[in-house]
Design a protein around this ligand. Structure first.
Ligand SMILES: NCc1[nH]cc(CCC(=O)O)c1CC(=O)O
Length: 304
């Protein structure tokens, strides 16, 4: 009997690239397994005219894919980890987290090389509160404008002159063959990515051990441990996407180093904290950095 793995995926170019990437890796890991894509539309893809935070947040991108798995139409779903809520729906797990790509954000512009080169009051497009507050902290003069849609749509709006610059994830641009659009990288320590940014996660039902075992072959333990610290921090801060939260954890010779950020949208101020831990303490490290941020007053910003 041949085994088939059916991958539920959103239909955006980035989602399809990621699903195809996972399919190719699964075919290499398990040559006798048949791997197919099941593309579908999610509510998050359909509602493009409202900020994500007001329409129900990140879970919107997962819901339909999870229903497909529950109804037996798909065996796994592929997600950008940063779009996966801090707490998964009961009955689901992440059996594999792939090696992380460049987690920095990209400054993208047709006229300016970097943030410092933008003229006073320049128009910058991003609907991400995390990106907006970090832009505001570095350049209070900028005019921040909403910009939603998939990567191609956003680049199109930049090219037609609606913005002087936009901010996107480096990883998404690289995956779509658009790395040449990256004018400069926005990276730590003065700029933090979203928790889990640039890592691809595989989601599956937790009650299908055979499927979980096949998927586990793709797991990268180093990426898993670093993103676990970032996600633990985010969870301890309430895990909401209505508040700007950034996190960046690296695993070095001396263990884990986690930096965290919570932004104050009203006052254009950022709170930062960081800590080190051994690699078996990712969860505690995330909680420790969250606690340090709360002590600086993050609770009021987060409504905790
Ligand atoms: N919110 C959409 C989204 N989800 C994941 C990525 C980039 C790829 C990644 O972080 O793995 C993007 C595009 C962007 O933020 O520019």
């Amino acid at each position: 009997m041949t085994t088939t793995l059916r991958i539920a995926t959103r239909k955006s170019a980035l989602a399809l690239w990621q699903a195809e990437h996972v399919a190719a890796l699964l075919r290499v890991a398990h040559p006798t397994v048949d791997v197919v894509l099941v593309p579908m539309t999610t509510r998050g893809d359909e509602i493009l005219d409202k900020p994500l935070a007001t329409i129900g947040g990140k879970g919107l991108f997962l819901k339909e894919l999870e229903v497909a798995m529950l109804e037996g139409h798909a065996d796994l779903a592929v997600h950008s980890l940063k779009d996966v809520p801090a707490d998964l729906e009961p009955g689901f797990t992440l059996p594999a987290i792939l090696p992380r790509a460049d987690a920095a954000d990209a400054f993208v512009s047709n006229d300016y090389a970097d943030l410092a080169a933008l003229p006073q009051g320049a128009r910058v497009g991003t609907s991400s509160l995390r990106r907006q507050t970090q832009l505001r902290a570095l350049r209070p003069d900028l005019q921040l404008l909403d910009l939603r849609g998939n990567v191609g749509t956003r680049l199109g709006k930049l090219d037609t002159g609606s913005y002087d610059a936009i901010v996107l994830a480096c990883a998404g641009l690289e995956r779509l063959g658009l790395a040449s659009r990256i004018r400069s990288r926005l990276a730590a320590p003065d700029w933090l990515p979203a928790p889990g940014q640039a890592a691809i996660a595989i989601e599956a039902r937790d009650d299908h051990p055979r499927v979980l075992q096949l998927l586990a072959a793709l797991d990268d333990p180093d990426t898993r441990v670093t993103v676990s610290a970032e996600r633990a921090m985010n969870r301890a801060l309430g895990g909401s996407c209505t508040v700007p939260v950034g996190a960046w954890c690296v695993l070095g010779e001396h263990g884990l180093h986690l930096r965290g950020m919570v932004g104050d949208v009203e006052r254009g101020r950022l709170l930062h904290a960081e800590a080190h831990a051994t690699s078996d303490q990712a969860q505690a490290l995330g909680e420790q950095v969250a606690e340090a941020l709360l002590q600086q007053g993050a609770g009021a910003l987060l409504g905790l």
